[in-house]
Design a protein around this ligand. Structure first.
Ligand SMILES: NC(=O)c1ccc[n+]([C@@H]2O[C@H](COP(=O)([O-])OP(=O)(O)OC[C@H]3O[C@@H](n4cnc5c(N)ncnc54)[C@H](OP(=O)(O)O)[C@@H]3O)[C@@H](O)[C@H]2O)c1
Length: 354
C-alpha cells in the first residue's frame, strides 16, 4: 500500500532486498539498477539497524557484531559505493543512544557513534552527509517493544510521532545539517532534576541547576515522607517504597514481593536491576552502585543498606534511645552502646528489640 501511494504521487519505486553489509551484493544491485536504465540515484537514507541489549560486562563478540554489522559495515559499504556518485543527500539514522547512553545498549550506542563519525568524515571530504540522533518514535520499530517502553518510560525526553519525525527529517535534509539530535526534552522533569544525579545523562547535566543544599536525599519527596514519619515506622515505609518501585519494574503487584524473597527469583534481570537502581537514585536522591541489587538481593537487605545510606538509622537510634531512656544516665549508656555497633548491627538490635 505504501509503494502504491508513492507511485500515485508520481514516484518510480524499485524494491530490492539486499544485505547492506554485503558490499559485493550491494555493488551488484547498484550496477543492475543503473544497467536497467532507471533514473540516477540522487540520495541515500541508511536506516538498517538491529538491537540486542546487554549490559557491557555481558556483551560478547556475537552480540557486538550483530548490532555493529548493519551500521558499521553497512554504513561504510554505502559510503564506499556512493563516494564517487553525485548525491543530493546521504542520511544516516543514528540514535540519541550514541550521545546519552542507555542502560544495556553499549553495542547500539557504539554502532550509532560510528554513523555519527562517518557523517563527520564525509563532511570533511566535501561529500553530502547527515546523521540524525533520533529520540524514540512512539510505538514504531525498536521503540515499540515492551522492553524499550519500560526502558524509556522514565527517560528525560518525549517520543516523536511518525508525522513529527518526517517533518523534522524534511527540514534537516533541506538545510543540509551534518549532525542533529532530535530530542524533545521533558523540561519540567529536568528542572526538578539534580545536576549531580548519576542517572542523568552527562550531556544533559549542564542543563540542570545544581541543588542548593548538599546532603543525600534532601529535597526528595520520598525522603521527606520517610524522615517525617515516626522513627519506628520509617524502615517499613522504606520497604514498602522499595516493593512498589520493584513492582513497577517487574510489572507485578508489590503485595507479591516478600521481604526475604531473592530478587532474581522474581525475574529481575541485569537490565531491570539497573532500571531499579536508576529509579531509586531519582526517588531517594542517592548515588548508587550499578550492582546494588546484586549486593543486596532481597528487599530486607536492600532496605537496611539504603536506610544506612540515607541516615535513617542514626535518627532511629537517637529517637528510640531518647524515648525509651528514662534518665540521662541510661540515655548516655544506650548511646555509647550504640556507638560501638556498626549501622547494620544497630539496626538489627533495634529490630530485635522492636
Ligand atoms: N524506533 C526508534 O525509536 C528509533 C530511534 C532512534 C533511531 N532509530 C533508528 O532508525 C532505524 C530504523 O529503526 P526501526 O526502529 O524502524 O527498526 P526496525 O523496524 O527493526 O527496522 C530496522 C530495519 O533494518 C533492517 N536491517 C537490519 N539489518 C540489515 C542489513 N544487514 N541489511 C539490510 N537491512 C537490514 C531490518 O530488516 P529485517 O526486518 O529484514 O531484519 C529492518 O527492516 C534504525 O537504524 C534505528 O537505529 C530508531
Amino acid at each position: 500500500a505504501a509503494v502504491r501511494e508513492l507511485e500515485t504521487c508520481g514516484a518510480h519505486v524499485y524494491l530490492a532486498t539486499v544485505d547492506v553489509a554485503d558490499q559485493a551484493a550491494l555493488t551488484e544491485f547498484v550496477e543492475r539498477y543503473h544497467g536497467e536504465g532507471w533514473p540516477a540515484i540522487r540520495g541515500v537514507i541508511h536506516t538498517a539497524g538491529t538491537i540486542e541489549d546487554k549490559l557491557i560486562r555481558q556483551l560478547d563478540e556475537q552480540s557486538l557484531a550483530t548490532v555493529m554489522r548493519p551500521k558499521v559495515i553497512g554504513g561504510w559499504a554505502l559510503h564506499t559505493i556512493f563516494a564517487s556518485l553525485p548525491l543530493d543527500f546521504f542520511v544516516l539514522f543514528s540514535s540519541m543512544g550514541s550521545l546519552l547512553g542507555t542502560p544495556g545498549q553499549g553495542n547500539y550506542a557504539s554502532a550509532n557513534a560510528f554513523l555519527d563519525g562517518l557523517a563527520a568524515y564525509r563532511h570533511a571530504q566535501g561529500l553530502p552527509a547527515t546523521t540524525i540522533n533520533w529520540s524514540t518514535w512512539a510505538g514504531l520499530g525498536f521503540a515499540a517493544s515492551e522492553g524499550a517502553q519500560r526502558l524509556f518510560k522514565h527517560a528525560p525526553f518525549h517520543s516523536l510521532t511518525a508525522q513529527q519525525a518526517l517533518e523534522i527529517l524534511r527540514t534537516i535534509i533541506s538545510q543540509q545539517l551534518v549532525q542533529t539530535a532530535v530530542m524533545p526534552i521533558k523540561w519540567a522533569m529536568m528542572a526538578g532534576a539534580d545536576s549531580g544525579a548519576a542517572n542523568l545523562p552527562a550531556l544533559l547535566r549542564d542543563l540542570t541547576p545544581p541543588q542548593q543544599s548538599g546532603g543525600a536525599g534532601q529535597g526528595a519527596a520520598v525522603c521527606k515522607t520517610l524522615f517525617e514519619a515516626p522513627a519506628e515506622e520509617r524502615l517499613a515505609l522504606l520497604q514498602q517504597y522499595l516493593r512498589e518501585q520493584l513492582g513497577q519494574v517487574l510489572r507485578m503487584s508489590s503485595d507479591q514481593i516478600g521481604l526475604d524473597q531473592p530478587l532474581g527469583s522474581l525475574g529481575l534481570d541485569s537490565i531491570m536491576g539497573v532500571e531499579l537502581r536508576n529509579r531509586l537514585e531519582g526517588g531517594l536522591g542517592l548515588t548508587l552502585s550499578a550492582t546494588l541489587v546484586w549486593n543486596y538481593p532481597t528487599i530486607a537487605e536492600l532496605s537496611a543498606h539504603l536506610a544506612d545510606k540515607l541516615g535513617l538509622i542514626g535518627e532511629l537510634v537517637l529517637e528510640l534511645a531518647t524515648t525509651t531512656a528514662k534518665d540521662s544516665s541510661s540515655l548516655d549508656k544506650a548511646l555509647s552502646l550504640m556507638a560501638e555497633l556498626s549501622d547494620e548491627d544497630a539496626l538489627n538490635a533495634l529490630l530485635e528489640n522492636n
